[in-house]
Design a protein around this ligand. Structure first.
Ligand SMILES: C[S@@+](CC[C@H](N)C(=O)[O-])C[C@H]1O[C@@H](n2cnc3c(N)ncnc32)[C@H](O)[C@@H]1O
Length: 243
């Protein structure tokens, strides 16, 4: 497995202790090229504070068909891949629940039968303000918390985005906005929490974790996506944080 360059894996902190000032290097963001299904088996129970994951929904969004559905003109062509043909098996969700204290699972309405103890009072509804087309109006995420359903309105439809002055460049067919991940991190995690993302895609969660000082281990199996996510992460988090 290949990991992101060390400069980006570590963020330096100045720590003062009895012996004076010491430079301590602390791992914050770790992006790994590899199969998360295999990797999960290597983690101890409750290793992660929370798993925030966006696995394949099993609805064929990575195939060529998705580029002809928008009515807003020609959609970006991300090429044809088959990773969205099937959602992960039950075994993945059992392992995910074992290694993490809490879980947020995007797309769970597509494979709810595979999630053990899936009863929950707490789902996230992301209203994508999609306009009229055959894409879903909202995306749903299962949450293991005991709190209530929450909704976020965040426009995300082709060239139309919530913040048109600071548009996010899209590199992945099912990329989620960094702003969505910041909203989740703000409500469901605390500074310093260790987060797992088993299906990194474009790496939006890594950028959000960097700016919100959360630790992240993220996996992406596709080398092309992995390289693009690392490049995007580097470009968007250039400045070193010292504190
Ligand atoms: C729904 S997309 C994630 C999109 C991501 N949330 C974003 O904002 O860009 C799922 C990703 O999981 C990757 N993937 C599929 N199976 C995997 C596996 N076993 N291990 C790691 N990544 C996998 C796919 O290549 C795809 O990029």
């Amino acid at each position: 497995m290949e990991k992101l360059g060390k400069e980006l894996e570590f963020i330096s902190r100045i720590k003062r202790d009895g012996s004076g000032t010491k430079m301590v290097k602390k791992k914050l963001i770790e992006l790994i090229h590899g199969d998360s299904l295999q990797a999960l088996k290597g983690y101890a129970d409750n290793h992660f504070d929370i798993a925030i994951v966006d696995p394949p929904y099993g609805i064929g969004e990575s195939s060529n068909d998705n580029k002809i559905r928008s009515k807003l003109g020609k959609s970006k062509d991300y090429g044809c891949k088959n990773w969205d043909d099937n959602a992960p098996e039950k075994e993945y969700f059992i392992e995910l629940k074992r290694v993490s204290k809490n879980q947020i699972i995007w797309g769970a309405n597509h494979f709810i039968e595979n999630i053990p103890s899936a009863n929950s009072s707490c789902w996230i509804v992301w209203n994508k303000e999609n306009g009229e087309n055959d894409f879903a109006d909202c995306e749903l995420a299962y949450c293991s918390f005991k709190s209530a359903v929450r909704k976020i309105d965040l426009r995300w439809h082709g060239m139309l985005q919530h913040d048109m002055k600071n548009k996010e460049f899209r590199i992945h067919p099912t990329q989620k906005p960094v702003a969505l991940y910041k909203w989740i991190l703000d409500r469901y995690t605390s500074e310093g929490d260790l987060i797992l993302d088993t299906h990194l895609g474009s790496g939006s969660i890594a950028i959000a974790c960097h700016y919100m000082k959360r630790k992240l281990i993220g996996y992406e199996i596709d080398k092309e996506y992995y390289d693009a996510a690392c490049k995007r992460f580097k470009e968007q988090t250039m400045q070193q944080v010292l504190w």
